[in-house]
Design a protein around this ligand. Structure first.
Ligand SMILES: [Fe+2]
Ligand SMILES: [Fe+2]
Length: 314
């Protein structure tokens, strides 16, 4: 996947004047930024990743378990960070495309909120922010923001992904072992509820006034298929980190066991169901029918999931 150019490099640290001005502006807008004090910490435990009952997980030493949990925590924050980077650009795109003064004002506020989210996540701990290592889910979101036309990006970004974010961030806040991390996700959640609601309203108005053309539906289906595939291989991140800790190479049988013991198929199908519910509320019946007929939101079975994950992990 090519790097969407909405992901930008960090400004060099010697641009002190501009960086100070940014910090001052954030402060005026209510930010109370603390220096990053926590490094190499796990913010979520084995229960959050459904690992407690896994025999492969239990076979790891405490040190290796800690390494996996730290790495997975960093991956969660890294992905959230790049999604917020993309969110700032999305607010800019919606600002320019606004159809009323009020809509534009709304997206000016959204831009401010996404910048606050980004800086909040950045302040929690150290993680990899190199552009060449952007997680593929965030890259795809960036591509949709940059390339997709209006009904598609309203559906994909504000209805599906911000709607999905509400469930996901709620679970991150609830399960985090760290108060600062839990509070950060709780405060992001409050804003994302409004961003998602705006998407539902704007798409409904687009549908009423302009309808959906077959080209628009096809574009949306294509993006949905790509997002759904990433959800279908959801346990990829945790499996990858665990297999890195095994002595020697893991086998497809071990991978299948890990997926079975962590109930990966059931958990993935719960996630796909949330996506379907979010879309159901906004999409015309015939588009939902076509999504079901094509099996776009149908989970992989255990064998399929093992096969797909084995190609990248083993
Ligand atoms: Fe956000
Ligand atoms: Fe948002």
């Amino acid at each position: 996947m090519k790097l969407p150019n909405l992901f930008l490099e960090n400004l060099a640290r010697d641009n002190k004047e501009f960086l100070n001005l940014l910090d001052l502006t954030a402060k005026v807008h209510g930010e109370n930024r603390q220096p990053v004090g926590k490094t190499d910490q796990a913010f979520w435990n084995e229960d959050f990743f459904h690992l407690r009952d896994s025999s492969i997980w239990k076979s790891l030493t405490d040190e290796k378990k800690k390494q996996v949990l730290v790495k997975l925590s960093q991956k969660i924050l890294q992905e959230a960070y790049f999604i917020e980077c993309a969110g700032m650009a999305y607010a800019g795109k919606m600002n320019l495309a606004a159809k009323s003064k009020e809509e534009r004002a709304f997206f000016c506020f959204v831009g401010e909120e996404e910048a606050k989210h980004l800086r909040l996540i950045e302040s929690l701990t150290n993680f990899n922010t190199t552009l060449s290592d952007i997680p593929s889910f965030a890259l795809l979101i960036g591509e949709i923001i940059q390339e997709a036309s209006k009904p598609s990006h309203l559906l994909m970004i504000q209805i599906l992904l911000e709607g999905w974010g509400l469930h996901y961030y709620k679970s991150l806040a609830k399960a985090s072992m760290d108060e600062d991390v839990a509070n950060a996700f709780k405060s992001i959640l409050k804003d994302e509820i409004r961003h998602h609601s705006a998407g539902v309203l704007l798409f409904s108005s687009h549908k009423t006034h302009l309808g959906l053309t077959s080209v628009e539906v096809a574009e949306f289906m294509d993006y949905l298929e790509r997002v759904a595939f990433m959800v279908k291989i959801g346990p990829y991140g945790s499996c990858e980190e665990i297999f890195k800790q095994l002595e020697g190479h893991g086998t497809p049988e071990q991978l299948e066991t890990l997926l079975t013991e962590t109930e990966a198929v059931r958990k993935t199908s719960d996630k796909l169901e949330i996506l379907e519910q979010l879309l159901c509320k906004s999409l015309p019946d015939e588009v939902m029918k076509s999504i079901r007929e094509k099996g776009i939101l149908k989970p992989l079975n255990l064998k399929e999931m093992t096969q797909v994950l084995a190609q990248s992990i083993l």
